[in-house]
Design a protein around this ligand. Sequence first.
Ligand SMILES: [Zn+2]
Ligand SMILES: [Zn+2]
Length: 327
Amino acid sequence: MKGVTFLPNLLPGEHLLGAFSRLLLLNNAASTDELQQSLTGHAHSLNVTAAYHKSYDSLFKLFEKQKSPEELLNQHTLMGFYRHSMKYQRRHELLISNNYLEREPFYFPGTNIFKNTRRWRWCLSCAQEDYKSFGISYWHVQHQLPSALTCHRHTNEQLNSGCNKCGFEAYDLKDCALPPNKQCPVCKFKFETTLRKLSSDACWIQNAGTSLFESDSGFLRPNFEWVMHWAVDLVSARTWKLGHGNKWSVFDRQQRLFSKWLVDNGLDEYFAEGIELENCKALDIEKTKEFPGKVPAITHLLWLRFMGVQSLRDAKRNGFVRPSTAA
Ligand SMILES: [Zn+2]
Ligand SMILES: [Zn+2]
């Protein structure tokens, strides 16, 4: 590998782009962009917004002695979360292509409406513990899940997304190769842990996201593939059972109840500022029903919870379960 004298070992749960940012940092290149260009064919920013980053194919090659592409996708990228709501054909294409350096990045719907899909996030306790264990803090995939609000290891600890004092945020890992474990890298403000308790519904959404990511099923046959589709069946069946009137008025009523439920249960926290939940196409009941692949994965989870599903496993086993939270 031209210009690379040190290839880092992937750390447990580390994001693949985080490992690559460490590689760029630790090889002391005169120009980070030039080293990146020589390894991946481009110098794109290392941001968290793309579900499939343009660098992934090259990075599979770079890290092939450590893990297979399937292991890298499942364990070290957000595809471990998204695989359950993708078409088989698309997953298949990602695993079989040998067309390195050619594939374009792709984005899942909803990137612009969710707050947690735009910048890198970290947990201060994880960063400090990782520093003690590995001599370095690193970017965890699970902290980047769109469904995550607190840390999966430090249950009540809020994930950091930047500095409240100077407004620093990590968009490109070339500017912030490691998550801060003490202070803001810009203004030196000392970070402190923030503890919080999630509402039971936010907790459910967060745990469901973790279950999707941690499911040990393969990339081509993900365990909860049909659960995501069942959200659609549940929405359809329940709205008909609940409604008395024509289809459109039933949908309208459910959409209004759904928007109110999001706000009443603190789930509006998932959305970027200024998003009108009631008119948001990415949450639309008809769109979810007619084009399930065109709404965000998290929309499926929100509708499943609204419809009263107790757990993803229950939904998988029974398909239909008694609603507990829906009106
Ligand atoms: Zn943590
Ligand atoms: Zn700062």
